[in-house]
Design a protein around this ligand. Structure first.
Ligand code: NDP
Length: 293
């Protein structure tokens, strides 16, 4: 079997076009430009690249983005004060604080300082808690609106747009970070999948992976998941971003996995391109909620 490639790059392109239309409609109706503020502390190269991408994406969509930089030596108080200022700024709809923050900064305290209504990266405990408490699809909603981190939101969007049935399926998520693994597991649970979450202490990980109808990898270990860890016909979502000899690869060994899987996201060109688009959707959603739209 050769797996169908789940083309995140093409889907991201489609969703950018949809986003353009949504931004245009919102601006026409409300006369407000959806605006994201990005906070970067220090000059971590990956963060510098990502903030550049956010600015470019926002500009192309007719959205506003403002980059707020603080030096590597910034104190906890200075970072929290900047977040508080952006929380109070009526013109800012979404705030993203880039990670990693410099050593010695309490990341949890910075996240907790964000207004949950502007937390478009879905990192505030209120947003994580609401995702954990949300009713399954098909039951009456129990909690207020919330934001989901962009990367797992993108993974779910790929599954949905490719028509993958989730209800009643066994989903295995490898990785339990707050930004990818755990929220992905919660999203799949909400979609009525039966979810197993794995991590570095999971016993016989290959055997658990082999039971997955839907296998999601968010580990950060290049090509760790091999073809013989995959149930024939399974759908594989690879969030991994790793570099081997300067070449990007995922957590899944694409070469052996695509011989067994039914569908698979490649790296590059799978979940990666979706992240940025989903973040922008969260920004327009924040602007809509503020406008009562
Ligand atoms: P973290 O390092 O925060 O989490 C990694 C998770 O993998 C942990 O839960 C860890 O377990 C688990 N793990 C590590 N080693 C093993 C192992 N040998 N066997 C089983 N589980 C293991 O990473 P992130 O969640 O932030 O990122 C995961 C991957 O996704 C990375 O490659 C990252 O670059 C990528 N990423 C991609 C994005 C995108 O846009 N596509 C955005 C964000 C991240 P434990 O909890 O026990 O330590």
């Amino acid at each position: 079997m050769t797996a169908t490639i789940l083309d995140g790059r093409a889907l991201a392109k489609t969703m950018r076009a949809e986003l353009n239309a949504a931004v245009e409609e919102f601006k026409t109706k409300h006369g407000i430009v959806p605006t994201i503020a990005v906070v970067r502390v220090g000059e971590d190269p990956a963060s510098v690249r990502y903030s550049g991408t956010i600015q470019k994406t926002a500009a192309k969509r007719g959205m506003e983005s403002a980059l707020h930089t603080l030096p590597e030596t910034a104190t906890q108080e200075a970072i929290v004060a900047l977040v508080a200022k952006l929380n109070a700024d009526e013109g800012v709809h979404g705030i993203m604080v880039q990670e990693p923050l410099p050593k010695g900064i309490d990341e949890a305290a910075v996240k907790a300082a964000l207004s949950p209504d502007k937390d478009v990266d879905g990192v505030h405990p209120v947003n994580a808690g609401r995702l954990a408490q949300v009713a399954p699809v098909g039951r009456p909603p129990m909690v207020e609106p919330f934001f989901v981190p962009a990367t797992p939101a993108g993974g779910l969007e790929i599954l949905k747009r490719y028509g993958v049935e989730l209800k009643g399926k066994h989903a295995v998520v490898v990785g339990r970070s707050n930004i990818v693994g755990k929220p992905m597991a919660m999203l799949l649970l909400r979609e009525n999948a039966t979810v197993t979450i794995c991590h570095s202490r999971t016993a016989d990980l290959p055997a658990v992976c082999r039971t997955a109808d839907i296998l999601c990898a968010a580990v950060g270990r290049a090509k760790m998941i091999k073809g013989d860890w995959i149930k024939p016909g399974a759908v594989v979502i690879d969030f991994g971003v790793n570099f081997v000899d300067g070449k990007m690869c995922g957590d899944v060994d694409l070469e052996t996995a695509q011989e067994v899987a039914g569908m698979i996201t490649p790296v590059p060109g799978g979940t990666g391109p979706m992240t940025n688009v989903m973040l922008m959707w969260n920004v327009i959603e924040a602007a809509r909620r503020k406008a009562g739209a």
